[in-house]
Write a protein that binds this ligand. Structure first.
Ligand code: KMH
Ligand code: ZN
Length: 269
């Protein structure tokens, strides 16, 4: 089995300080959290930028600061969000890709997102894929429901994606596919040959689906964007605490944890 790649989704666009007092918001806080997660075993940090008042932003300059601050502290892979927050325009969302980060997320379809709709128009998705290709950015294909994986197969036939793809199954969003082992097993069975995959279980699905992914040879995403709890009724003290638990479980199950450079090799960065 490949070594386990742990991604830490540090901030997200929706979580508030009221929900999680340790949520990193400023570029320095995000970089400190990235460093702590890297020390705990994360190879990738998935980042969303916020303004000082915590409003989500896709401002390129804020992302530039985040990347610079992270790079000062450690060599963890920085994956920028192009999902941003519900309601942002495609143009806004795409802005950080022009910084040529190592990775960026690419959402593969529209999904109901709690009480909102997370819009991903097919034409705009193709523009996102082309921009990532032009800037040499590796996409992580975000799959919220099974039809989005069917879209990837169509795109592969049309030549819109090339090389081995890396997927993130985001399971347990209200409106998306359920955070269950059955959902994960189904998506895994539909992957194109040569793909790598990770799972982001939302809320209470984070720990069980992460553990299942370790057993199945997939990779794992944890962090406050997806889950603010350590266990039912107990908030996590930091993103790094959630990373450390996954690294510990993986080692107990005899699967080593990848360093950032080992993850670069596995993902072809
Ligand atoms: N904030 C969500 C609406 C991504 O980062 O690519 C979308 C999201 C996905 O978080
Ligand atoms: Zn995100």
């Amino acid at each position: 089995m490949q070594k386990l790649i742990i991604t830490a989704a540090l901030t997200g666009a929706e979580v508030t300080r009221e929900q999680q007092p340790a949520l990193p918001i400023t570029p320095e806080e995000i970089a400190d959290a990235a460093h702590a997660c890297a020390q705990a075993g994360a190879a990738i940090v998935h980042v969303h930028a916020r303004l000082p008042d915590a409003t989500p932003t896709q401002d390129k300059e804020v992302y530039r600061q985040i990347i610079a601050e992270v790079n000062k502290r450690c060599n963890v892979i920085v994956q920028v969000s192009t999902g941003g927050a519900v309601g942002m325009t495609a143009q806004e969302r795409l802005a950080p890709v022009t910084l040529k980060p190592e990775m960026a997320t690419l959402s593969m379809g529209t999904v109901n997102f709690g009480g909102d709709v997370f819009m991903n128009h097919p034409t705009e998705m193709e523009v996102f894929a082309a921009a990532m290709r032009d800037h040499g950015v590796k996409p992580e294909l975000e799959i919220f429901d099974s039809g989005m994986l069917t879209t990837v197969h169509r795109w592969l036939k049309k030549g819109l994606l090339s090389g081995p793809q890396h997927f993130d199954f985001v399971l347990g969003i209200p409106g998306g596919m359920a955070g269950t082992p059955e959902a994960l097993m189904y998506l895994r069975s539909q992957l194109p040959a040569g793909a790598t995959w990770t799972v982001a279980g939302i809320g209470p699905a984070q720990l069980p689906l992460g553990t299942l992914a370790i057993l199945l040879g997939g990779h794992v995403r944890v962090g406050f964007e997806d889950n603010v709890y350590y266990r039912k009724g107990e908030l996590a003290s930091s993103n790094a605490q959630l990373v450390a638990r996954m690294a510990r479980i993986s080692r107990e199950l005899d699967r080593d944890v990848a360093t950032p450079d080992e993850a670069r090799a596995l993902l072809g960065l």
